[in-house]
Design a protein around this ligand. Structure first.
Ligand code: CO
Length: 505
């Protein structure tokens, strides 16, 4: 026991240092996206490569494996939900993952995906899939080797999925997603058939950028993002980066003629940020002080963006303030018309611009194609054709070119196969957790209408943020809601909300 305790303490001291070292890369990455001059890119890539090498080297050192082995056989971890047991369980998972991959495979992947991202960017701007095809073939080949080396789960796709959503399986996702797909296709059809459309002109008037920044900052602060421990800056692609306790950075982008973009982007990233700010700082650098998975992270951003930010109750509080901030655009507009406009549902080609209802269909298409690419059921050369066929089937429209089709997302070019499903998981988790919050926290609508967001935020702090990685994602949802993950809460939410907006069902 004494030895195990010593080994555990040494392990924790080491991984906390590695996490601190890794967090320096986050500061550099944030700066690269926000304020770094163009000329700094080469030196920055050298700084980041050096840091990545140092953290990888320290974390894959055999000493870590020895400490883990010593603690694993001891009484220290006999209670599987103790801080020690959770930390050891998750560190083992990461250690095995990093050490199972041969160094030359890791380097080859880094090289091919760096080149692949460049090739993808050019192919997308020329809408020329053939130019990207050989790169995607090489990347897929390497990802298959990676999956084989990891040897996790029943299929190669399981092994890749496990990196982003530990413990999740293709079988489980296939069940939940296929039930979701049928309901979504039906709902989209009913919305189109209703013939109702919001007046979108309302949100396309002039919304001065400085006023949008002021308004977004006010909203983020009121829903619970702590600006004494964070900032909001501007980037081409919005993101949230947690540097560590006391410092969480958000970014957004502004379109002076499309109001929803910056505000809901800010709320989305603030949702990620509130999660990071809610982690237990005492456990920083260890699994108990870390977020659960990409899916759970996305559930937090989606909840604040959609379940809160696009709700009528939210606008009961904020619409009068929006009218004061943007008198020319909104002075003569009713809350009902504005609420309808920020919830416009429409089949569209681009995933990141999709509404709450159609969004998941974009993910389901990618989930199906990724699996087929990994198991050999689909050749890379056939990707554009299959993409367009499936798109037509789900949305009733065909992409005009590959830039609006299979070339739109960066993920495959950086090797992010198995990443997309975490977006839909985030929506599903958000819906199921939000239903539970309604039961536990009281009348959320009345609270939002009164500008009170602290009760929901405190509930999330308690149930989701503070436990760190105590539970894997699916167990966490089960523990908090008393039920396994299901598509039903999301469908209930969408049918209720959009049924009333579009006067259907
Ligand atoms: Co997100």
């Amino acid at each position: 026991m004494g030895d195990a305790k010593q080994a555990y303490d040494a392990l924790i001291t080491e991984v906390k240092q590695i996490a601190t070292l890794g967090s320096c890369a986050n500061v550099l990455g944030w700066d690269e996206q926000t304020y770094m001059p163009k000329g700094g890119v080469k030196h920055r890539s050298e700084q980041l490569a050096l840091l990545a090498g140092l953290t990888h080297e320290r974390f894959t050192c055999t000493q870590i494996g020895d400490w883990l082995a010593e603690v694993e056989g001891s009484d220290l971890v006999s209670d599987r939900l103790s801080v020690e047991a959770v930390n050891v369980r998750e560190l083992r998972q990461s250690y095995d993952r990093e050490t199972k991959l041969p160094k030359d495979l890791v380097q080859e992947l880094a090289r091919m995906t760096t080149i692949g991202q460049q090739a993808w960017a050019e192919a997308r701007s020329d809408s020329d899939f053939a130019a990207f095809q050989p790169h995607l073939e090489k990347i897929l080949d390497l990802k298959k080797k990676e999956a084989a080396a990891l040897g996790v789960g029943k299929t190669p796709y399981d092994a890749l999925l496990d990196e982003y959503e530990p413990g999740e399986t293709t079988d489980n996702l296939t069940n939940v997603f296929s039930a979701l797909r049928n309901e979504l296709v039906e709902l989209v059809g009913a919305i189109v058939d209703s013939g109702n459309k919001p007046n979108m002109d309302i949100v396309k008037r002039l919304y001065p950028k400085d006023k949008q920044a002021e308004f977004g900052q006010m909203v983020a602060s009121q829903i619970g993002f702590d600006f004494d421990c964070g900032r909001l800056d501007e980037t081409a692609h919005p993101f949230c980066s947690g540097f560590g306790p006391g410092d969480t950075r958000l970014t957004t982008r502004y379109d002076e003629h499309y109001f929803p973009q910056a505000l809901f982007g800010t709320m989305h990233e603030a949702g990620h940020g509130i999660y990071d700010q809610g982690l237990n700082a005492d456990y920083y650098g260890t699994p108990m002080g870390n977020s659960v998975s990409l899916g759970i992270h996305e559930s937090q951003s989606r909840m604040w963006e959609n379940f809160v930010g696009r709700s009528n109750a939210f606008w009961t509080h904020f619409f009068p303030k929006a009218q004061t901030t943007f008198p020319d655009a909104l002075g003569q507009v009713s809350q009902d018309d504005f609420y309808f406009a920020v919830n416009n549902v429409e089949a569209s080609f681009i995933r990141v611009e999709a509404d709450e209802v159609t969004y998941n269909l974009h993910i389901l298409l990618r989930f199906e194609m990724e699996q087929a690419l990994m198991n050999g059921g689909l050749n890379v050369a056939d990707v554009p054709g299959v993409w367009n066929e499936t798109f037509e089937k789900y949305f009733g429209i065909t992409p005009p070119d590959d830039a609006h089709g299979c070339l739109q997302d960066i993920h495959w070019s950086f090797g992010g196969i198995g990443y997309f499903p975490t977006y839909t998981l985030g929506n599903l988790y958000a819906a199921q957790l939000f239903e539970q919050a309604r039961d536990d926290v009281g009348d959320l609508d009345a609270q939002f209408a009164a500008g009170e967001f602290l009760p929901l935020k405190s509930w999330l702090n308690e149930k989701i943020h503070k436990p760190g990685q105590k539970y894997r994602a699916s167990e966490l949802v089960d523990v908090v809601t008393g039920k396994p993950l299901s598509h039903a809460p999301l469908i209930r939410h969408l049918k209720t909300k959009f049924g009333s907006l579009y006067g259907i069902g």
